[in-house]
Write a protein of this length. Sequence first.
Length: 132
Amino acid sequence: MITKKYNVIKIAFETAEHSDGNEHNLVVALRRSDNFIPELSFVAIEDNKIVGYILFTKIKIGDYEEIALLCYHYSVVLGSENYYPKFNYIPAIQYGIKAPFEVPQQNFMAIKLIDTEIEIKGTVEYAKEFGI
């Protein structure tokens, strides 16, 4: 199944507006990393074929470990400002969360997953496999 996920990811990014053409290899490296969370790795299947794949990895924002779901407060994404807002992502800067690289603010987004008074602010630290 790993080969099928690899191919789905490779094909998905072949025509993406923002892609370095290496996303499929990044996913392989992330799956081998200490920041990979197997419980947050999902495939989408339609007509007995894999049509999508998503995984989440741990990140740090300030002193907090974050990503998505379970006990995490926020999830961040670098992506299309036309796609991710459909799922309630907003520019991360509105939460005080900054990217560790230059990127248009509308493309670096976050969503608050847990209603809490804790305000997490700072620059995101990605898994070393991202090469950032």
